[in-house]
Every structure is written in C-alpha cells, then in structure tokens.
Design a protein around this ligand. Structure first.
Ligand SMILES: Cc1cc2nc3c(=O)[nH]c(=O)nc-3n(C[C@H](O)[C@H](O)[C@H](O)COP(=O)(O)OP(=O)(O)OC[C@H]3O[C@@H](n4cnc5c(N)ncnc54)[C@H](O)[C@@H]3O)c2cc1C
Length: 340
C-alpha cells in the first residue's frame, strides 16, 4: 500500500486528486491511533496521513482565535493556548495520540461539553480538500461571522468519509480564574441523578457534571470555574460534597480508552434511549461507565455497531451526502456503520 504524508493543504488536495483519478481507494487519517489501538482498518490502495501538516498558522490571543493545520498534535495545541491562559475545552480522551483533524473528524468531546459545547460550537472556519483536488474554505477567523460554515460542519464527525480536513480555525476560551472540583457519593443512580437535577435547577453553572460508577457506588463529579466568589458559592450550596483534586478529570478523560482496551466486551445501550431513562440505564449497567449527566450522554462500551435502521432517516441523508462528495466510495470505505 502506498503511503503519502503531504506537508501542505495543496499537497493534500493533489494527493487526493491523483488517487481518485486512478480510482484507488484511500485510507485517510492523522496519527492513525484509532486503527493502531483497536479500530477497524479501512482496506485501501493508498494511505494518506496529515501528520506532517502540523503548523500553527495564526494565533491572536486578544481575538480569542487560533488557526492550525489538521496534523498538529492536540496536546501541542493545548500547550500553545495554555501559555496564554487560554484553552479549547474539548478534552478528547486520546489527546496524547490525537491530531486536531482526528479529534474534529471523530467529533470527540469530554466533560466540559456541559458548559462549552462540542467542536461544532468552537469551530469558526475550516479548509478541506476534496477528491477532485479542490481546496474549499468555509467560515473564517471571525467569531461572529460564520457565513458558509455549514460545509465545515459536515466534516465534524464525518470520520474522513467525505473529504480531508486541512486547516481548522477555532474560537478559544480564557482559562477561568479559579477552578474547584466537588465529589458526592451515592448508593443508587437515582440519588446521583436526583442531585444532578437539583444542581441544574439552581443558579450554579458547572463546567462539567459527570456521574461515574467506579470504583464502586455512584460518584457525582462537579467542576466549577470562575471568580473566587463564584467558587465559594458552590462550596456553600454543595455542603455534603468533598473537595477533590482537579486531576480527577484526567482520570475521567483517560478512562474511556483504558476501558476500551481492557474490556473489549461491554454493555449495549439502546441507541434510541430517552433522557429520562438515564438513571435506570445507569443503575443496570454491569460495566464501568461515564454519564455526561448534564448533556444526556452515557459512555460505556458498545459491543455491537448500531445498524442503519437504528438511525431512522439520518442514514439515508448520510448516504446522499456521501454520494455528493465521493460517488465512487473511495474514501475510508466501510468506515461508518460498515456501509459508507
Ligand atoms: C482504542 C481506541 C479506540 C477508539 N475508538 C473510537 C471510537 O470508537 N469512536 C471514536 O469516535 N473515536 C475512537 N477513538 C478515538 C479517536 O478516533 C482518536 O483518538 C482520534 O481521532 C485520534 O486522532 P488521530 O489523529 O490518531 O486520528 P486517526 O486515528 O488517524 O483518525 C480517526 C478518524 O478521523 C479521520 N481523520 C483523521 N484526520 C482527518 C483529517 N485531517 N480529515 C478528515 N478525517 C480525518 C480518520 O479518517 C478516522 O476516521 C479511539 C481511540 C482509541 C485509542
């Protein structure tokens, strides 16, 4: 299999055009950590990696915007921002292994999704390369003017099945003045979710609100950020909580990959579960999980891939979009649900 590591968006576009012109199937990735560590490898004639495209293109701390090439390591981006007390609170679980393009294409997010949202809320512009060898610019570097960003939004979570992300522009956030983490332990999931409800109905606006069932029982983890007076309010309003080290969030962030590698067989959560079913699903899960309790997401290993029928009309729409970008099904063939 031929391997290409373009160093610029132009080279990336040209490599795609050439491979597509020869009707060769293409395996596209950044660091390929997903494949190396347990994902399914797309069979292909050509492998294209963006890992040599790692330049910081523009960073305006005063404007809270940054533009980077897709192959930059996620941790390098975090370090650059941290130097200016700024952040991109996506908290991807595989940060050490991941490129920016990999994080965006897999639409990874973490605990602080509760307050800051996901990649869709943070990306203000993008450049991507199509199989025709075109470079498409979508959005820009301005936080408020995001005209034309819809095309970029299609790339988020597309797992490299439509086009290759070359450059991503983000809006970034100031790191809060202070941060504190509170932990409450409960015997039942219903109690933990009950406390979650009480917090969400109060004036408190935690940056993260997760429920985990490890090492035992149910732990509600609350992360507060902001002015010291805001933090004090949490301490007053969560009297039965214990203050724990913020490093617990690294444990949460790294929990999923460890779990996936250690326990390849897990629990199956029906894909169309209702939000109100979260406590009973959590109570009955026989495997470790993380409930992103303020966002309605539970992470536990899914033993079977969801089938297109589980997705209703969404699968038909995905197939139409795939047809527009890649009618020959050359790019990452079989990646999504084994069908696209
Ligand atoms: C054991 C393990 C299992 C994982 N399982 C999952 C999982 O089930 N679901 C999940 O969402 N994440 C999973 N990940 C995490 C995630 O895929 C990777 O951590 C993250 O994407 C890694 O970045 P990377 O550069 O290595 O991406 P890669 O592994 O190279 O690519 C990941 C996906 O993103 C696409 N991609 C990468 N770069 C680009 C680009 N520039 N343009 C367009 N597409 C691109 C690839 O085609 C691929 O589909 C897993 C990670 C590990 C370690």
């Amino acid at each position: 299999m031929q391997m290409f590591c373009p160093e610029s968006p132009e080279q990336l576009a040209e490599a795609l055009r050439e491979a597509a012109g020869l009707r060769r199937t293409i395996r596209l990735g950044g660091n390929f950590s997903k494949d190396r560590l347990g994902g399914s490898i797309c069979p292909a004639g050509v492998t294209l990696s963006t890992h040599a495209m790692k330049r910081l293109l523009q960073y305006d701390p005063k404007d809270l915007t940054v533009s980077v090439q897709a192959g930059m390591a996620w941790t390098d981006l975090e370090r650059t921002l941290d130097g200016h007390r700024q952040m991109l609170p996506l908290d991807p679980g595989w940060a050490n292994e991941s490129t920016v393009g990999g994080v965006v294409a897999a639409n990874l997010s973490g605990p602080r999704r509760r307050l800051y949202g996901t990649a869709r809320d943070m990306i203000i512009g993008m450049k991507f390369a199509t199989l025709e060898g075109k470079l498409i610019d979508s959005g820009g570097m301005v936080v408020k003017n995001v005209a034309g960003l819809d095309m970029a939004k299609l790339m988020i979570g597309s797992f490299g099945t439509l086009a290759a992300v070359a450059v991503v522009n983000f809006k970034v956030f100031p790191i809060p003045e202070e941060s504190r983490t509170f932990e409450m332990r409960f015997e039942t999931a219903a109690q933990a979710f009950g406390e979650r409800d009480r917090i969400l109905q109060s004036h408190l606006q935690p940056t993260a609100l997760d429920i985990v069932n490890w090492p035992s029982g149910f732990r509600l983890l609350v992360r507060a950020g902001g002015h010291p007076r805001v933090i004090e309010r949490y301490t007053r309003e969560l009297p039965r909580a214990e203050i724990v080290n913020d490093s617990v969030w690294n444990e949460v962030r790294e929990f999923t990959p460890r779990f996936l590698v250690d326990r390849p067989q897990g629990a199956v959560i029906p894909i169309a579960s209702k939000l109100t079913q979260m406590p009973s699903i959590a109570q009955n899960l026989a495997v470790p999980f993380i409930a992103r309790a303020g966002s309605g997401v539970i992470y536990a290993h899914h033993a079977e891939s969801p089938q297109p029928a589980d997705l209703g009309g969404a699968f038909e729409m995905m197939t139409k979009i795939k047809q527009m970008f890649d009618p020959g099904r050359l790019l990452n063939r079989g990646r999504l649900y084994g069908r696209i």
